[in-house]
Design a protein around this ligand. Structure first.
Ligand SMILES: [Fe+2]
Length: 384
């Protein structure tokens, strides 16, 4: 168990806090590996992934996860076979969940170069990277200082987009030997079945598979799937349309019932009621073709007025003729994909209604409109 501990969890106190089990999988034989952990709040936990890529002379770590003993042991094993970790890449300017593990990972590999996306920002205070634990001597900025392993990878920037508080920018890279495009948050394919990572501990799925707080946690394949569909809807829309928040009286009336008096079940407190089946809403999260999509939280809160920039970025990626896979930092990977498919996705996004206000999108739209009223986010964001 000590091998799974992550002492820095209070910096971003997300489930599963101080204990982070990791699922290690080979994605493309001898080329790419996935290191997945869970992160979330109140059991709304979705997979977060580090991708390890084979590069000339060793390995590159793309979007590090918490370097627990278990993670480091698996990395040392890969180093034995394929050479040292040569570079550690933080491919996003804004994704705090990807930034926090970087200093600890850098300390574990003192010979590796650290590459960061430009325009890193910290909230509430703008702190220099060295104060956040980034090693100044070996930290480089992607683009400004070149790119790592340019002989084996091609780099493609989404943004920068001015968000008011800071900027959104993400650097995707095509790993030519495997044909895999590594991404962070911009595109996802939401797993149709519960991700394998939950086999290590299905509690979050079982917790959300219930309809009321006084129901015990029961483990069946059907309930795992139901729980997963709801988790994905939560993570995508924050408050999906089918969700009702019951009154405090109802909540407390259902709490502390027999079978639920454990911290694992939050003592029976379950502040959500589902009005309709979550299966239908879940199906809408996976548009054809290829189930690839912009995560709704990003579309409605980060890109609501920059549809053109997203479409242009996809058209740029659609020129990568060697593309065979996508490997995002969340949800499913590797996702089979071709340049042509990204071109079709760009066409579809350009043609459809962007960042809607109704149905499942209403709660996200409300947050965005409030931020606009307060002047926190700009009416016309600057792109590039
Ligand atoms: Fe992320």
């Amino acid at each position: 168990m000590s091998d799974q501990s992550w002492p820095w969890w209070p910096l971003l106190p997300l489930y599963p806090y101080g204990r982070r089990p990791t699922l290690v999988r080979e994605l493309i034989p001898e080329q790419l590996w996935s290191f997945e952990q869970l992160q979330g709040v109140f059991y709304v936990a979705v997979p977060i992934r580090m991708t390890v890529a084979r590069v000339p002379g060793g390995l590159m770590l793309y979007a590090p996860v918490a370097p627990t003993g278990e993670v480091l042991a698996a990395l040392r094993d890969l180093e034995q076979r394929h050479g040292p970790v040569r570079s550690i890449v933080l491919p996003t300017a804004s994704g705090l969940e990807h930034k926090l593990p970087v200093p600890a990972m850098a300390r574990a590999f003192p010979q590796a170069e650290v590459w960061v996306t430009p325009g890193q920002w910290s909230f509430p205070l703008p702190l220099p990277l060295s104060w956040l634990g980034f090693p100044a001597r070996r930290t480089r900025v992607l683009g400004d200082d070149g790119y790592p392993h340019a002989e084996a990878l091609s780099w493609h920037s989404l943004g920068p987009i001015d968000l008011g508080l800071g900027r959104f920018q993400e650097l995707a890279c095509l790993h030519r030997d495997s044909g895999a495009l590594l991404l962070t948050d911009a595109l996802v394919a939401i797993n149709q079945q519960p991700p394998e990572l939950f086999d290590l501990d299905p509690t979050p799925l079982l917790f959300h598979a219930r309809d009321r707080g006084d129901q015990p946690l029961i483990d069946t394949p059907e309930l795992r799937l139901k729980g997963w569909q709801r988790l994905a809807l939560f993570a995508s829309y924050l408050r999906p349309e089918a969700l009702q928040v019951p009154s405090l009286g109802t909540l407390l009336g259902q709490a502390f019932r027999p079978g639920c008096r454990s911290p694992r079940a939050y003592f029976g407190v379950y502040p959500f009621h589902w009005r309709t089946s979550s299966a239908a809403a879940f199906a809408e999260l996976q548009p054809a073709p290829g189930r690839l999509r912009i995560a709704p939280v990003l579309e409605r809160l980060v890109f609501p007025r920059t549809q053109a920039a997203i479409v242009a970025w996809l058209r740029q990626l659609a020129r990568l003729r060697d593309l065979r896979w996508l490997v995002p930092a969340h949800y499913e990977a590797p996702v089979p994909c071709s340049a042509e498919q990204l071109g079709l996705l760009a066409d579809e996004l350009a043609a459809r209604r962007w960042a809607p206000d109704d149905g499942n999108w209403a709660y996200l739209a409300g947050i965005d409109q409030q931020l606009l009223r307060w002047g926190v986010v700009p009416e016309q964001p600057r792109v590039g």
